[in-house]
Design a protein around this ligand. Structure first.
Ligand SMILES: [Fe+2]
Length: 125
């Protein structure tokens, strides 16, 4: 089973953080508590946001969406994260670049994609 990854988002400035080690304290930003971000899964996702995984030649190719996601400054996939039992790998995606990346293949894990407008999406493999 993949390591559980926790994300929090500021309700004011929309800063997104990934929690590495939970010390039990609350996170604040802009004077308010940051809110946990729950990942949407396959049955809750549309065709623009769910990571699609293809294995080829020892690599894990990840494209976000069955249809291309917009990649403008205002609306974009900002990162794709691969999580396994032992590792976390993040690929930051710049605007005007396709929402895709490549990781070293793994037996199983979770892949997250974060859209700065629609939130977090996850697929397990
Ligand atoms: Fe989106």
């Amino acid at each position: 089973m993949a390591k559980k990854l926790l994300f929090y988002r500021c309700p004011v400035c929309h800063t997104l953080v990934e929690l590495i080690d939970n010390g039990g304290h609350s996170l604040t930003c802009c004077g308010q508590s940051m809110q946990p971000v729950t990942a949407k899964t396959e049955d809750q996702a549309d065709e623009y946001h769910l990571p699609v995984i293809t294995r080829r030649s020892g690599l894990l190719y990840v494209e976000v969406g069955k249809k291309p996601h917009p990649q403008s400054e205002d609306h974009q996939i900002t990162c794709i994260v691969l999580v396994t039992k032992q590792t976390v790998r993040r690929s930051d995606i710049k605007s005007n670049r396709s929402a895709a990346t490549v990781f070293t293949d793994k037996d199983h894990g979770d892949v997250y994609a974060y859209c700065n407008v629609h939130g977090l999406y996850k697929v397990s493999f």
